[in-house]
Design a protein around this ligand. Sequence first.
Ligand SMILES: NC(=O)c1ccc[n+]([C@@H]2O[C@H](COP(=O)([O-])OP(=O)(O)OC[C@H]3O[C@@H](n4cnc5c(N)ncnc54)[C@H](OP(=O)(O)O)[C@@H]3O)[C@@H](O)[C@H]2O)c1
Length: 262
Amino acid sequence: MDLQLTGARVLVTGASKGIGLAITRAFRAEGAEVVASARRNTPELEATGATFVPADLATPDGPRRLVETALAADPRLDVLVNNAGGGNAPDEALRDPFGGDDEVWAATAELNLHAAVRATRAALPALVEARGAVVNISSVSARLAHTSPLPYSVAKAGLNAFSRGLAEKVAGSGVRINVVTPSGTRTDLLTGQDGYGARLAATLGVEHEELLRQLPKQTGLLTEQLIDPAEIARAVVLLASPTMPSAIGENWTVDGGTLKAA
Ligand SMILES: NC(=O)c1ccc[n+]([C@@H]2O[C@H](COP(=O)([O-])OP(=O)(O)OC[C@H]3O[C@@H](n4cnc5c(N)ncnc54)[C@H](OP(=O)(O)O)[C@@H]3O)[C@@H](O)[C@H]2O)c1
């Protein structure tokens, strides 16, 4: 299947590992040129042949400066993937029903919601020129709010609302905005020594390995396995493809059946 992405210019955030790395690899496999961002580069990202631009997207200027840097090198932009997300709330926040104080709420919103708004705002003129696409990476937590710290669930719910609303407002200019919603996916966020999964296990007083073993079934993944990041990446690439002109304001779940509503 030709997804007509050969030579397309794509900007992927959070590209150094996990889902963003898989998305970068998938676009490269389609022949796209990828500008890939994170705070730090990795050998795995370097090996994709993507152009790395460092950025801290949890700062007010970070997303705009990233887009400006990408466009200064070449003014074309066909696809923006707002994937960077997660965050490192302090351990006490994991024990708090509110998921942390004002500072944690603000920091979580900066990375998981405001970064996507800011990057999309900065990229929109170039995307209009290209009649391009935006794909935002959300989470099942947006719709199962109790399963994650609330600042994260609420920020991702906001990302869903932002994406759906903006999709309507810019559809007339030929830009398509869509969302991919993963459930538990095998990345450092869950499996890493310092990731959310390890810290959650410590807070609950269980072994990290044990938490990872139980997590898929407990969160309703009918496969009883964490999702391969490459699977999320395939949905992103398809939504971004110009062969899908009717995919507008969609929210595609890749969640192993986690969300139970019909
Ligand atoms: N894994 C899951 O189970 C799961 C489930 C649902 C949704 N998601 C969503 O999927 C997306 C990717 O998650 P993942 O699991 O692949 O996470 P990950 O393995 O922790 O990777 C996160 C990526 O974002 C970058 N990043 C983190 N903070 C950043 C910042 N302040 N500025 C710029 N880049 C930053 C990281 O690189 P640096 O640290 O070098 O900056 C890394 O490239 C996130 O939006 C997450 O919420 C994940």
